[in-house]
Design a protein around this ligand. Structure first.
Ligand SMILES: Cc1cc2nc3c(=O)[nH]c(=O)nc-3n(C[C@H](O)[C@H](O)[C@H](O)COP(=O)(O)OP(=O)(O)OC[C@H]3O[C@@H](n4cnc5c(N)ncnc54)[C@H](O)[C@@H]3O)c2cc1C
Length: 293
């Protein structure tokens, strides 16, 4: 197996163009598991963990850009203003995994259980891809993952990062698993309030082949907020039926399967519970004046 260690993005892209079959490796927390278990034997590997362009984050052209190589540990330390993203990062693996694992790797692995993915869906992120010569294209989050372990990445491309328009309002990520740490989610949920758009976004992980948004529940929540006058008055309570209906519609959006980690019925139930909790937290955060940038 050949191992390429490019020092610049240009060099990495030229290598990828010349060796389209070469497998990129960032933190290696998914790739090395596959190699160690002999599930994969690529002819070549390209290490993308030292490319400056993938390690940066910041605001550009009115949007926020997160480089594919930013690790979960860095997100927790440097990007705590993106509350849901930082919360999701904190739930990934162990400190060692968070020190190596990257959002680009989560995107590349394309598991519906990837914890960063519901957050990117709720942020309505675009995934920025780059090829030799520096040409980039941006793919909406819901067109990047085509199925379990399937992405829209073309052979000569690398993931440069994810980009989204930051919204004002609270948000959270929560997941259900068999224990509190080092656990693959049985169901995961990100809720983001968009104060300016007067909408509530809900994305679900681990309950369908790809991440799903709960559109009917989102519409119900926005309407309930409107009817209660809660968009203008953070102290206005929502009726308890709104929480129940919200939970039911979020559970309805799930398309889960029975597997070793949980039954479809349990996952659906979990989605409803996570949804009601997340809405309660969001309303509490609004009352307390807490919110994302
Ligand atoms: C013990 C353990 C616990 C874990 N717990 C969790 C968890 O709780 N939640 C969770 O979501 N995940 C978990 N994971 C999985 C893994 O840590 C994450 O998916 C992580 O985000 C992978 O990032 P990485 O940089 O290590 O990816 P890598 O293993 O380096 O790569 C993963 C995939 O992405 C591709 N890739 C990486 N970067 C690029 C790029 N720039 N361009 C194109 N393709 C690229 C690779 O080719 C590969 O296909 C766990 C893994 C282990 C071993």
């Amino acid at each position: 197996m050949e191992v390429f260690l490019p020092r610049t993005l240009d060099e990495a892209l030229e290598l990828k163009a010349a060796h389209p079959e070469a497998l990129p490796i960032a933190g290696g927390t998914d790739v090395m598991v596959d190699l160690n278990f002999d599930r994969r034997r690529p002819e070549a590997i390209i290490d993308v963990s030292r490319l400056d362009e993938l390690l940066r984050w910041g605001r550009e052209d009115g949007a926020f850009f997160l480089g594919a190589g930013v690790t979960y540990s860095r997100i927790m330390l440097e990007l705590s203003q993106f509350v849901a993203l930082a919360q999701a990062s904190r739930t990934v693996g162990s400190p060692q995994i968070r020190n190596r694992g990257t959002v680009g790797g989560n995107l590349g692995t394309a598991s519906p259980a990837g914890d960063a993915l519901p957050v990117l869906a709720a942020y309505e992120a675009e995934i920025v891809l780059v090829r030799a010569g520096g040409a980039t294209r941006a793919v909406p989050w819901n067109e990047f993952h085509l199925g379990v372990k399937k992405t829209a990445l073309a052979p000569g491309e690398l993931i440069l990062g994810a980009r989204w328009k930051a919204i004002r309002g609270p948000g959270s990520f929560s997941k259900i698993g068999t224990r509190n740490a080092m656990v693959i989610s049985v169901a995961g949920l990100c809720l983001a309030v968009d104060e300016d758009g007067r909408s509530i976004r809900v994305a679900l992980g681990s309950v369908a082949p790809t991440i799903v948004r709960a559109h009917a529940a989102e519409a119900l929540a926005a309407r309930a907020m409107h009817d209660a006058g809660a968009w203008d008055d953070v102290d206005a309570p929502l009726p308890s039926e709104a929480f129940q209906e919200f939970g039911r519609l979020v559970a309805d959006a799930a398309r889960p399967i029975d597997d070793v980690r949980g039954s479809a019925a349990y996952r659906r139930h979990a989605c409803g519970v996570l949804a009601r909790r997340a809405l309660t937290w969001a309303l509490d955060d609004r009352r307390a004046g807490r919110g994302a940038p």
